[in-house]
Design a protein around this ligand. Structure first.
Ligand code: SF4
Length: 241
């Protein structure tokens, strides 16, 4: 049932044309292509989330990469950031495969869904505030569907953190005051919405984004990534309120 709702939502997301600048960019990249992928047909559309409706853990990134998810049509698939993230998910027991190369590669997540607050590849990986605001309703709708099982949100980077906090707050979870700030390994409990019988508290975890800027420089190591994702797995399994 919820899988059907989520599939319908994903289909609607993948047809969205709300942001003229991003529509133009994602389609231009798909037409021009990188030389290494010249023979491939790019997805070139908004990239919906990846993972089932009964996920207990939601990863919130930033936006699809121009030649990664914008090419393959699946979040964090087909680029170095995805290699890093899926290797860690696999090491901590949350993904079937250590790699994520194509939408039909057989990858499967265990109790995890991966999404982004902006579903279209932006120039220079930088969506504008207006584009982030335009895309926020899609994350709100996704949270509504995931809410009954959701226990942990992992924000990959400061923008993911800000957008996840905003969406959780709009959905009724209790955002602490002052508003918690992003840091790697930051952990915040957001209490369940008042009088909700179907929703539990959610733990928000911060993790540096696995961009090459962070992984090449050693700012984010495999051990640091595993520690956060392992913590996410432990919290979701314990079912903390
Ligand atoms: Fe639509 Fe979001 Fe893409 Fe903008 S970024 S066109 S709101 S899917």
């Amino acid at each position: 049932m919820d899988d059907d709702r989520l599939a319908r939502l994903d289909a609607r997301v993948s047809r969205c044309r709300r942001c003229p600048r991003l529509v133009a960019w994602r389609e231009q990249v798909a037409r021009e292509r990188r030389a290494a992928f010249a023979e491939e047909e790019y997805w070139g559309r908004p990239v919906p989330g990846f993972g089932a409706a009964d996920a207990r853990i939601l990863l919130v990134g930033l936006a699809p990469a121009a030649h990664g998810a914008n090419r393959t049509g699946r979040m964090f698939t087909g680029d170095r950031s995805g290699d890093w993230l899926f290797a860690s998910l696999h090491r901590v027991g949350l993904a079937a495969l250590p790699t994520s190369t194509a939408a039909d590669d057989g990858q499967h997540l265990f109790g995890v869904r991966i999404t982004a607050p902006v579903h279209c590849a932006p120039p220079a990986n930088q969506p504008t505030p207006e584009e982030r605001a335009a895309c926020a309703p899609w994350l709100d709708a996704e949270l509504q569907i995931l809410a009954p099982t959701l226990r942990v949100v992992v924000a990959l980077g400061a923008i993911g953190w800000a957008e996840a906090l905003g969406a959780l707050g709009r959905a009724g979870w209790q955002v602490p005051r002052p508003r918690p700030r992003f840091a790697h390994a930051a952990e915040v409990l957001l209490a369940a919405p008042p009088r909700s019988r179907t929703r539990h508290g959610v733990v928000l975890l911060g993790c540096y984004h696995p961009s090459q800027h962070n992984t090449f420089t050693g700012r984010l190591t495999p051990e640091m990534t595993d520690a956060v994702l392992g913590r996410a797995r432990a919290v979701s399994a314990a079912g903390l309120e």
